[in-house]
Design a protein around this ligand. Structure first.
Ligand code: AMP
Length: 615
C-alpha cells in the first residue's frame, strides 16, 4: 500500500468501506469526518457472511441464514470467501452459483442496509481483502461488488485498512504486525510504514483456524457432558446442535469478560422419560485449557512471518489485534508473551478494517480533510495498492522473467523488449505468470496469447515489446507488439476462474431481478399485515361503538371485514399472485372507506378513556 496525493472534484454517492469477511462482514462510512460503523437492518454492527436458500425460493442473508444453518445445512452457504477466485460452484435448485454471485448476495444486503441507514442510494464502495489474495481473488471480489450494484473504487488490504483506522500512516516510520483472528481464519501480516507508504513485508496464517473452532470445543464438551448425565447423544439431532452451537458462541463471548458462563438450553432433547434440559457452567480457565492447542497454532505463523520479513519481534513498532476472536483475554496474553510488547486494541477488533476502508472511501469521495481521522485522511491523501505478487512472462528455458515486481505501486505500466528464440520464428506465445518462483512452471499462469505474423529474417532479430498495464484495482492488461511490423496482440487478465464480462452482466441482471422480486415480496407482506391489522382494529371498534352506528352501516362494515378476511391468504402471504393482491388491496380500501366513520368514533372514545391509542 502506498499513499499518494489525489485531487478529486466530481461528486459521487457516499462511499462505503466494506470488510467482506469469511464469517462476518462489517460496513462503515465517514460521517462528520470520522468513520462510523453502519448497523444492519437487525440492529447489529456486523453481519454473518452466510446465505441460505429456503425451500420456497426465498433468500436469507446474515443472521437469519446463520440461525437456520444446522437445520438447513444443505441449502446454506457459509465461508464462501475461501472459494473466491476458484472454479468452485454452489449447486442450488438446478443452478450453479459462483463464489462471486454468493458474495454479491451478502454485499447486496450490506448495500441495502447502508442505504436505509444513510437514506440515499449507495453505489460506490471500497472493499478489503486479505493481503495474500492474488490477482484472481481480488478480481473476483471486485466482480462480486459489481454484481451487487456497487462500483468498487478500490480493493485494499485488510491489515493496511486496520493500520489506517489506527492512524499509523501519520506516525514515525515503523514496522507493524497485524494479528487477525476472525471467525474462520487466522492471518498475520507484517507491514512497513514509511513516509505514508504501506508495504506488505510478509504474510502468513492458518486458513482453517478461527473463533468457530473455539465454539466447537465448547459444543464437544457439552455433548460429552450431556451424554454422561442424561445418556442422550445430542450430536445426532441437527436442530439441537444448531441451538447448542449458538449457545456455545454466546458463552465463549461471555467468557471474554466474565470468569464463568452458563450454557442453558431447556427442552434440548426428549427421552422416554420426557423432556431433558441442558444446564452447564464453564469457567474461563476450563475454556482456556480446552482451547490452548488452538491458540498455540497461531505461534508458528507469527514466527514464520517475522522470519520472512527478516526482522525480530523487538523491531516491531506496534502490534494490532484485529478480528472478533482477539477479544479473548488468552489471545492478548499470548501475543504479549510471544512478541514482548503490549498489543493495541483501542478500536473494536471486528470493526477496524471496515473503518479503515471507510476512511479510504471518504478520501476517494471528497479528497478533503477528515477531522479526527487517520493521518492519511487528515492530509487528504489516498492509499494506493501494490501488486501482491510478481508478474512475469515465460522466456526461453521456462524461466519466469519479471516485468513488475511484487509490492510495486499501482496503477503502473512497464515495458520490456524481447526477441525471438529461433531464427525465422514468426510467432511468439506470451505466457503471463504470477508468483515469486524462478521457473514458469512453479508460478501461476494467468493467461496466454499468441502474437503471429512477426517479420522474421536471418540477418536481424525481431523486437517484441511486451507491456504490462495494471489499473488501480489490480486488473492486468498485457500487450505484445512487433516493433518491425507494428502488429499487436493483447489480453486482459481475468484469470481462468474469473467471470467474463457477459457472465458478470448476466449475474448483475439476475441480482437486480431478484432484488425487484424481493421488494415486491416485502410489499405484499406489508399489505397483508396492514390488512390483518385493519380487520382486527375494525372488529374491536365495532364491539366498542356498536350502539353509535345504525344497523345498515354496521352490516356494511361487517360484510367488508368478512370480504377482507376472505382475501387474506393464510399461508405464505408474500406469495400472493397479482389477482389476489389486487383483490386484497381493493377489499382493504373498501373497508377503510366504509369504516371511516366508525374509526373516528372509536378514536374519540379511546381518547376520552385516556388511552393514547393502540400499540
Ligand atoms: P470477525 O470475523 O472478525 O467478525 O470475528 C468473528 C469471531 O469473533 C466469531 O467467532 C465470534 O464468535 C468471535 N467473537 C466476537 N466477539 C467475541 C468476544 N467478545 N469474545 C470472543 N470471541 C468473540
Amino acid at each position: 500500500m502506498r499513499v499518494a496525493k489525489t485531487e478529486r472534484t466530481t461528486r459521487m454517492s457516499r462511499v462505503i468501506g466494506i470488510d467482506l469477511g469469511t464469517t462476518n462482514s462489517c460496513v462503515a462510512v465517514v460521517e462528520g469526518g470520522k468513520p462510523v460503523v453502519i448497523t444492519n437492518a437487525e440492529g447489529e454492527r456486523t453481519t454473518p457472511s452466510v446465505v441460505a436458500f429456503t425451500k420456497d425460493g426465498e433468500r436469507l442473508v446474515g443472521g437469519a441464514a446463520k440461525r437456520q444453518l444446522a437445520t438447513n445445512s444443505g441449502r446454506t452457504v457459509s465461508s464462501i470467501k475461501r472459494h473466491m477466485g476458484s472454479d468452485y460452484r454452489v449447486h442450488i435448485d438446478g443452478k450453479d452459483l459462483t463464489p462471486q454471485e454468493i458474495s454479491a448476495m451478502i454485499l447486496t444486503k450490506i448495500r441495502r442496509d447502508a442505504e436505509s441507514y444513510l437514506g440515499e442510494p449507495v453505489t460506490e464502495a471500497v472493499i478489503t481483502v486479505p493481503a495474500y489474495f492474488d490477482d484472481s481473488q481480488r478480481k473476483a471480489t471486485q466482480d462480486a461488488g459489481r454484481i451487487a450494484g456497487l462500483n468498487v473504487l478500490r480493493i485494499i488490504n485488510e491489515p493496511t485498512a486496520a493500520a489506517v483506522a489506527y492512524g499509523l500512516d501519520n506516525e514515525a516510520p515503523q514496522k507493524i504486525l497485524v494479528y487477525d483472528l476472525g471467525g474462520g481464519t487466522f492471518d498475520v501480516s507484517i507491514i512497513e510504514i514509511e513516509d505514508g507508504t504501506f508495504t506488505v513485508l510478509a504474510t502468513g496464517g492458518d486458513t482453517r483456524l478461527g473463533g468457530d473452532d473455539f465454539d466447537q470445543r465448547i459444543v464437544e464438551y457439552a455433548v460429552a457432558e450431556f451424554k454422561k448425565s442424561d445418556r442422550i447423544d445430542l450430536s445426532r439431532d441437527p436442530a439441537a446442535m444448531g441451538r447448542l452451537k449458538e449457545e456455545a458462541e454466546k458463552a465463549k463471548k461471555e467468557l471474554s469478560s466474565a470468569l464463568s458462563a452458563q450454557l442453558n438450553l431447556p427442552f434440548i432433547a426428549v427421552g422416554k422419560d420426557g423432556p431433558h434440559h441442558l444446564d452447564l457452567t464453564i469457567s474461563r480457565p476450563q475454556f482456556e485449557m480446552m482451547t490452548g492447542d488452538l491458540l498455540a497454532r497461531t505461534v508458528a505463523p507469527v514466527q514464520n512471518a517475522l522470519r520472512d520479513a527478516g526482522i525480530s519481534a523487538s523491531q516491531l513498532g506496534k502490534v494490532l489485534l484485529v478480528g472478533g476472536s482477539t477479544r479473548m483475554p488468552a489471545v492478548e496474553r499470548q501475543v504479549k508473551e510471544l512478541l514482548g510488547c503490549e498489543p493495541s486494541h483501542s478500536l473494536n477488533p471486528d470493526e477496524c478494517v471496515a473503518m479503515g476502508a471507510a476512511v479510504q472511501g471518504g478520501l476517494l469521495q471528497g479528497g478533503g480533510k477528515l477531522a479526527g481521522a487517520s493521518g492519511a485522511a487528515a492530509q487528504g491523501l489516498v492509499l494506493m495498492d501494490v501488486t501482491p505478487l510478481t508478474l512475469s512472462i515465460e522466456t526461453l528455458g521456462g524461466v519466469a522473467t519479471p516485468l513488475i515486481t511484487r509490492n510495486s505501486m499501482i496503477p503502473t505500466r512497464k515495458s520490456q523488449i524481447f526477441t525471438t528464440a529461433r531464427p525465422m520464428q514468426t510467432s511468439v506465445e506470451i505466457n503471463v505468470l504470477q508468483g515469486e518462483r524462478h521457473f514458469a512452471r512453479d508460478n501461476k499462469s494467468l493467461g496466454k496469447f499468441k502474437l503471429n505474423g512477426i517479420r522474421a529474417s536471418f540477418s536481424s532479430k525481431p523486437q517484441i515489446e511486451v507491456t504490462f498495464d495494471i489499473d488501480v484495482n489490480g486488473v492486468v492488461k498485457v500487450s505484445a507488439k512487433d516493433l518491425g511490423t507494428g502488429r499487436e496482440q493483447n489480453i486482459t487478465i481475468t484469470g481462468s476462474t474469473n467471470l467474463s464480462e457477459n457472465e458478470i452482466q448476466r449475474a448483475m441482471a439476475d441480482a437486480a431481478a431478484y432484488e425487484a422480486e424481493d421488494s415486491r415480496r416485502k410489499e405484499r407482506l406489508d399489505l397483508h399485515n396492514q390488512a390483518e391489522v385493519l380487520a382486527y382494529k375494525v372488529d374491536e371498534a365495532l364491539s366498542k361503538c356498536k350502539k353509535e352506528l345504525d344497523k345498515e352501516e354496521k352490516n356494511r362494515i361487517k360484510a367488508d371485514v368478512a370480504n377482507l378476511r376472505r382475501c387474506l391468504r393464510k399461508d405464505k402471504p408474500e406469495k400472493m399472485n397479482e389477482t389476489e393482491e389486487a383483490n386484497l388491496r381493493q377489499a382493504k380500501s373498501q373497508l377503510e372507506a366504509s369504516a371511516n366513520h366508525l374509526m373516528v368514533l372509536y378514536a374519540s372514545e379511546q381518547s376520552e378513556n385516556g388511552s393514547d391509542g393502540t400499540i
